[in-house]
Design a protein around this ligand. Sequence first.
Ligand code: PMM
Length: 291
Amino acid sequence: MGVVNATPDSFSDAHPTARQAIDHGLGLFADGADLLDVGGESTRPGAGRVDLDVELARVVPVVRELVAAGAAVSVDTTRARVAEAALAAGAVLVNDVSGGTADHAMLPLVAAAGCGIVLMHWQGLSVDMQARAVYADVVREVLDALRDRLGAASAAGIAEEQVILDPGLGFGKTAEHNWALLRALPEITGLRRPVLVGASRKSFLGALLADSRGPRPPAGRDAATAALTVLAAQAGAWAVRVHDVAPSVDAVRVVEALQGPQPAGPRRVPPLHTPHGIAPQPRETPQPVRR
Ligand code: PMM
């Protein structure tokens, strides 16, 4: 999953105009991304909200153009109105970093649309989320919360097959919490839903790679990100959400070669379609990395 930030202020890789975001997305598609994740609201720690109209204006034209180019597109939003407009523009998946908690209309919308949804664990809005990075046992609490969100989705009428889970690295979590969750990936995939991992260029990697000048800046974190792609793929993750797609495509190929041919099993991929009459033409349905 390639990150397309249609924002002027994301912590890494911001694209202030629609044209820039579209060109960037096309580049990631050419690099081999199976999905392009378009977002119009930065979720970096400390970020405030943008107005609904601003988010809509940033996201919809970019989704439309990337779909027209043949890409499968997800929309990174916590707002049902934005998700709805993006689905109407051809998006096939909703990526909600709030796990359906920020907007009470989100889960019913996804139930009605029949599309896939990423339910991510967070600790509330970005503006002060790091103040809530407090856990007695981060792995147990995130697993419990993800189970709770699965239950909420089911209660709203969303089929289990529509749901992808995400531990939400960096969202109300310290570096230690992120490493603990990465170590626990087999337990998260044990929830028997596809798992998305978003570690790309995050500050815990900057801290890991720090030198006397301080934390490694975001653009210098791509090799470490690709290393985590290997580990995520080996642990059975469904997808990684990354800024620099090409190294992660290679990393997944390495893992697949090591694992050898896999027996055909039941598909774990949620439906990437909507009943809106839109027929997106993804180059290839994203496949899970099988163990
Ligand atoms: N991280 C960011 C934004 N959206 N969505 C999911 N599902 N998982 C993530 O880890 C995630 C996300 C923050 O990164 P960005 O500012 O580079 O987009």
